[in-house]
Design a binder for this molecule. Structure first.
Ligand code: NAD
Length: 369
């Protein structure tokens, strides 16, 4: 197989700062593990708007379609808040997701022991937590037609969004969840509202079909999404993989994220259909935004972006051992007490900088050899 290719789109605000640490880790893999990547870089979001008047040029879009994986930092910032909707930084991100058809959004919620005190839940409920939420990302209420705000004959207005899913849309994201479960603890819980929504009934039937016909070895359960939200905060460790639609996934993945503490710790992957070389179309990005309040001060936590690269190793380059190595290095650094400001309370000591966190992780990677 050819040298794996990466397109780095660092974006705005803290995006380039946290991506800077990922670039050092990519270099480390080249030098110390003989893992070469063909890396190119380009602009997205406000940075692309400043240079080209658009948050994503056609040339960058074309490049994203060709590479094995896109690594994205973050987009947006106050300088762009008043731009027309069509050229807002977030449009660049949405265009990437849509045109690459990244239908399966993987949001791990993992609680490192060293940070268990940081969660808003009791330590014994979250310590050791490791669950994965698979959210359908390209259909459902955020895309369904008809949509819009309409004037009614009686003078009122009506806002409409349409929740719709087809068989193939449900089956492909269900497969993605079952595949993941096989590499983890072999359990999938599917969440919808089959009690009140026809799209939920179809969702449940199709997930069950995929299970019975293709993945009978995986344990499948179903839950209504509202009950699932309660269970997530009551006893999250009962779950392994949760698969759900776009709207419920948006809410449930943010709920699960908060079990683990800081936004600066949360990675994500968005995967599409396999390309000719067998690798899925893929984009990896931290969940957080461009954090304009701390941008340019080397205060940002680079771990979410670094763990997103670990997901790229695992899901695009099928190298679970190296992903484990990188995740273990992060865990060790946290266990040793390294903390950026977001991981400290007001009286918890002195934070380290973005680059110092990168230094510590690189030192741990060296120690792992
Ligand atoms: P945000 O995630 O940027 O920041 C929320 C809070 O978390 C801030 O206090 C910030 O300092 C802190 N934070 C975020 N990431 C951190 C990190 N790695 N280390 C330490 N602290 C961190 O969300 P926001 O403030 O609502 O949005 C800021 C801008 O980012 C807006 O323009 C928004 O549209 C954009 N945004 C982009 C994305 C994306 O690129 N995927 C996601 C969310 C928001």
């Amino acid at each position: 197989m050819n040298t794996p290719s990466l397109l780095i789109l660092a974006g705005d605000g803290i995006g380039p700062e946290v991506m800077g640490e990922v670039k050092r880790i990519i270099t480390w893999y080249g030098e110390k593990r003989d893992m070469e990547f063909d890396v190119s870089e380009d602009l997205v979001g406000g940075a692309a708007y400043d240079a080209h008047g658009t948050p994503l040029t056609d040339a960058t879009m074309a490049k994203a379609q060709e590479v094995d994986a896109v690594l994205l930092g973050a987009v947006g910032g106050p300088a762009y808040d008043n731009l027309d909707f069509s050229v807002k930084p977030e449009r660049g991100l949405l265009r990437l997701r849509k045109e690459m058809d990244l239908f399966s959004n993987l949001r791990p919620a993992q609680c490192f022991d060293a940070l268990a005190d940081f969660s808003s839940l009791k330590k014994d409920i979250v310590a050791g937590l490791d669950i994965m939420i698979v959210r359908e990302l390209t259909s459902g209420s955020y895309f369904g037609e008809p949509r819009g705000i309409f004037d009614l004959p009686n003078g009122e207005r009506e806002g409409i969004n349409t929740q719709r899913y087809t068989t193939s849309e449900i089956r492909r994201v269900a497969r993605s969840a079952f595949e993941l479960a096989r590499k983890r603890n072999n359990k999938v819980c599917s969440m919808e509202k089959a009690n009140v929504m026809e799209s939920g009934i179809l969702w449940r039937e199709e997930v069950t079909w995929v299970h019975e016909n293709e993945y009978p070895d995986v344990e499948l359960s179903h839950m209504y999404a509202d009950a699932g939200a309660m269970q997530l905060v009551r006893w999250p460790k009962q779950f392994d993989v949760i698969v759900t639609d776009n709207l419920f996934g948006d809410l449930l993945s943010d709920t699960a994220a908060m079990l683990t503490g800081s936004l600066g710790m949360l990675p994500s992957a968005s995967l599409g259909v396999p390309m000719e070389n067998g690798r899925p179309k893929a984009m990896y990005e931290p969940v957080h935004g461009s954090a304009p309040d701390i941008a340019g001060e080397s205060k940002a936590n680079p771990i979410a972006c670094i763990l997103s690269f670990a997901m790229a190793l695992r899901y695009s380059f099928n190298d679970g051992a190296e992903a484990d190595r990188l995740e273990a290095a992060v865990e060790k650094v946290l266990a040793d007490g390294a903390r950026t400001a977001d991981l400290l309370g007001p009286e918890d000591g002195t934070p380290i900088s973005t680059t110092a966190m990168g230094d510590a992780i690189l030192a741990e990677l060296d120690a792992s050899l």
